[in-house]
Design a protein around this ligand. Sequence first.
Ligand SMILES: *Cc1c(COP(=O)(O)O)cnc(C)c1O
Length: 229
Amino acid sequence: MSFIAENIVKINALLKKTAENCARDPNEITLLAVSKTKSVDDIKNAIDAGQHCFGENYVQESVEKIQQLQSYSAQLTWHFIGPIQSNKTRLIAENFDWVHTVEREKIAERLNAQRPSHLAPLNVLIQVNINQETSKSGIELTEVATLATQIATLPHLTLRGLMTIPDPYQSEAELRATFQQMKHLFDELKQQHQHIDTLSMGMSHDFEIAIEEGSTLIRVGQAIFGERH
Ligand SMILES: *Cc1c(COP(=O)(O)O)cnc(C)c1O
């Protein structure tokens, strides 16, 4: 087995154990393998280990990889998790199944207009800037409801939930409090909109804590593919 395959087996086992220890169903938590900067061969190793969901950050790089992996496309789901520039929305709308980083009405409108109509609606998460002092990406908590209502009117997008990248320099207690705030916001959004089922939080170094606090999708890069250079 490749070390990538071994890592996937290990992380799936840890995901399951962590979920069960806090009385959650492991099947409601998705492992997203973040393959940015990694090769097509690395992704194939992950596919061989049963991994089907992949996250990418850079449009040009990812579109090339998606095309090279065309023969696997029926079994793969691609998530765009990088910052979105408005001149790149068309490539995202044409090539991805999910986008985690929507934070502006204008971007949502462009993705909606550019989503090819023969494809299923693009699944969208709103990126929330939960630790405002240290991060610039995402919208403030108080703006989530307005953006959600706007996205819900767009026929080629399906609003599925929320995503966040917390400040990595918090203590464990602070990180837990951050994740809890996100979970609270997620539960509120569920009351207001249909199809809300995804809370994207947790990365290589903190996914166990994120699962304990209610994450339904963890984005794991280095713990699967090794360090990025
Ligand atoms: C790179 C990246 C990840 C993966 O981070 P690791 O520390 O390698 O697990 C997760 N989410 C986002 C948004 C990223 O850009």
